[in-house]
Design a protein around this ligand. Structure first.
Ligand SMILES: NC(=O)c1ccc[n+]([C@@H]2O[C@H](COP(=O)([O-])OP(=O)(O)OC[C@H]3O[C@@H](n4cnc5c(N)ncnc54)[C@H](OP(=O)(O)O)[C@@H]3O)[C@@H](O)[C@H]2O)c1
Length: 183
């Protein structure tokens, strides 16, 4: 599949590496912007508060399927939207999903160590299901559907619980849940 990642840091760059290993063709766009006309699917992985700037710098988004992996850390979604994913939808009008925002990028290289496939939540539109679920499996995760795009706000807020658990000292617990042999 031809994939474009907007944001080539821990998440965008990390998933690009995993997808290239699964024989996908990935182009990587940073803050300089670029064009995604050739891509079949676009991943957005920029700081949550930079989503409007990031999309404004990218051409060819009209009608594209987009997977939004952003989190809102100390910032709100753009005015008038309850989630970044719904903002993305308003800019592209293509099939849209929220995914990968609840998985730590620092564990990408350790997915293979897990006793069973770690889960990755996604919420979004049915038209995106096949691609999201394939790319989730190709990255090494098992997709877990979490409802329609209206649930993206809840999925973005879910990260606060994960941070809370992590700051409470049980971060690795989330990893061990998927790796019973490491308990
Ligand atoms: N790290 C995690 O474990 C994790 C997990 C799930 C979700 N997330 C979320 O995923 C997103 C990316 O996180 P990350 O850890 O990958 O961040 P990161 O390593 O700092 O990478 C951020 C990327 O966004 C680009 N960028 C920054 N400001 C931009 C702007 N104004 N316009 C366009 N592009 C811009 C940067 O471009 P340059 O390359 O040009 O600098 C960089 O490629 C965030 O929303 C984060 O909350 C993170």
């Amino acid at each position: 599949m031809k994939i474009a990642v907007i944001g080539r840091g821990n998440v965008g760059g990390g998933l690009a590496d995993l997808w290239e290993r699964a024989d996908h063709e990935v182009s990587r766009i940073g803050r300089e912007g670029g064009d995604v006309s050739d891509a079949e699917v676009v991943l957005v992985a920029v700081p949550g508060g930079a989503i409007a700037d990031a999309l404004d710098n990218v051409g060819g988004l009209e009608g594209k399927m987009v997977i939004d992996a952003t989190n809102l850390v100390g910032v709100d979604p753009p005015e008038g939207f309850s989630s970044n994913a719904e903002y993305v939808k308003s800019k592209t009008s293509g099939p849209t999903a929220k995914s990968f925002n609840a998985n730590f990028a620092s564990l990408y290289e350790r997915i293979g160590e897990a006793g069973s496939r770690p889960s990755s939540l996604w919420s979004g539109e049915e038209e995106a299901r096949q691609v999201v679920e394939q790319l989730t499996r190709d990255a090494g995760y098992e997709p877990v559907y979490a409802g329609p795009l209206e649930n993206a706000a809840a999925q973005e807020n879910f990260i606060k619980l994960i941070f809370g658990i992590s700051q409470g000292g049980l971060g690795p617990f989330l990893y061990r849940m998927a790796s019973p042999d490491k308990l």
